[in-house]
Design a protein around this ligand. Structure first.
Ligand SMILES: Cc1cc2nc3c(=O)[nH]c(=O)nc-3n(C[C@H](O)[C@H](O)[C@H](O)COP(=O)(O)O)c2cc1C
Length: 381
């Protein structure tokens, strides 16, 4: 009786565990697009609809860069680092010369870090495209696959899905690699009803595969945990980085200006109300002193940034760009070396999110005699 009792307890425990596991299995899919005229976006919305027919899977559409097209400018822009946080990614792009679009290609070219860290390895990916006539559409889909294969992503094809239900009296953008739309063939509105239907089926199939593969590669969970556990305010304390008091504006301007999700800040090397190491590099300021002034300037910027995000630096999504201007002699060329003091500090504080584009310049003179001035742009929540 005791053995039967034990056996029943084990069965009950297993059933409870499986039920809890089944309930908790959810997935997040990013639909990452580039679109100029909106055709790719239309397909993306159908994919999202298909994905979300599975109530455990959530889809979000983002674009690779901001668009000035009124139909597209509301779509949020994805950062490179956030790709690590999704369980699967559906990539959409226009066909450009039988290839992926320039915008998508530029974005993928910035994923080298993810590639070398194997971050996307084992994650499912699927592709879809908006074409004109459709000339070279399968070459373009294949080219998309080539890039994603380098990342080691699991490429999910669309197969001959839904063929029996599509309108075969007009050309359709069906392909076994992924849905396309033949946007310049206008005898019907494009994407055609059948192309929308195929995109929705692709979304449904992709959600199923993503859910099934979720968690099969350790890297995803590790990345998510790291992202979540690094508390930047805490990390500052651990690294003994003390942010200075906020400087006061000395004219008709503000310490920071926020436009949408971007924060703009400009600073010089003020410390405790005085300029740290003022003068000209190569004349009365050494390179070491200029680096010290550069670090101080960046600390001022980060102190102001903290104010801009309500005191919580975890709300900073990315350092987008830094521009460093140095007061130097005419023949000085090592501006980049000086600016590293600001770049290194930013990456030290924000990790991957701190990586930015950069420009350095020399100037004949700078305000209040500072040897350096920095302009910074950050993306925040
Ligand atoms: C530079 C350029 C190259 C293109 N090359 C092709 C092509 O090789 N094959 C094709 O079918 N359409 C081609 N097109 C048309 C686009 O793929 C088509 O307009 C697409 O629907 C744009 O997508 P979107 O509406 O998301 O911007 C090209 C368009 C541009 C601007």
């Amino acid at each position: 009786m005791n053995k039967i009792g034990n056996f029943l307890s084990v069965v009950f425990l297993l059933l409870t565990t499986f039920t809890v596991m089944a309930q908790e299995r959810t997935a997040n899919i990013l639909i990452l697009i580039h679109s100029d005229n909106g055709g790719t976006y239309e397909l993306a919305k159908e994919l999202a609809k298909g994905i979300e027919t599975n109530k455990n899977v959530h889809a979000v559409i983002k674009q690779v860069k901001a668009s000035s097209n009124p139909k597209l400018k509301i779509i949020p822009v994805a950062s490179i680092d956030e790709l690590a946080n999704y369980d699967g990614i559906a990539f959409g792009s226009p066909v450009y010369f039988g290839n992926i679009s320039t915008g998508m290609s530029e974005f993928l070219a910035k994923t080298v870090n993810l590639w070398t860290n194997h971050t996307l390895e084992g994650k499912p990916a699927t592709v879809f495209m908006s074409a004109g006539s459709g000339a070279g559409k399968e070459l373009a889909l294949q080219a998309f696959w080539n890039s994603l294969a380098v990342h080691g992503m699991v490429l999910v094809s669309n197969g001959i899905r839904g063929y029996e239900n599509i309108d075969k009296t007009i050309p359709q953008g069906n392909s076994v690699l992924g849905t396309t739309s033949l946007a310049s063939l206008k005898n019907v509105e494009r994407p055609s009803k059948s192309e929308r239907y195929l995109a929705e089926l692709q979304g449904k199939n992709f959600a199923k595969t993503t859910l099934a593969l979720k968690g099969t590669f350790d890297n995803t969970e590790k990345m998510q945990q790291t992202e979540k556990t690094v508390d930047i305010n805490e990390a500052l304390k651990q690294k003994n980085i003390v942010l200075p008091n906020l400087p006061k504006p000395v004219g008709n301007y503000e310490l920071f200006s926020r436009s949408g999700n971007l924060v703009f800040i400009n600073q010089v090397s003020l410390k405790d109300g005085k300029v740290l190491n003022p003068g000209k590099v190569g004349v009365n300021v050494t390179e070491e002193q200029a680096k010290e002034a550069t670090k101080q300037t960046m600390l001022n910027i980060i102190a102001i940034l903290k104010e801009a995000v309500g005191g919580d630096l975890n709300k900073v999504k990315k350092c987008v760009q830094l521009i460093g201007v140095f007061n130097t002699t005419d023949n000085y060329t090592q501006h980049a070396l000086l600016m590293n003091a600001a770049s290194d500090l930013t990456v030290e504080i924000f990790g991957e999110k701190g990586k930015h584009t950069r420009n350095t310049q020399g100037a004949y003179s700078l305000p209040v005699g500072s040897s350096v001035s920095i302009q910074a742009i950050f993306e925040v929540e």
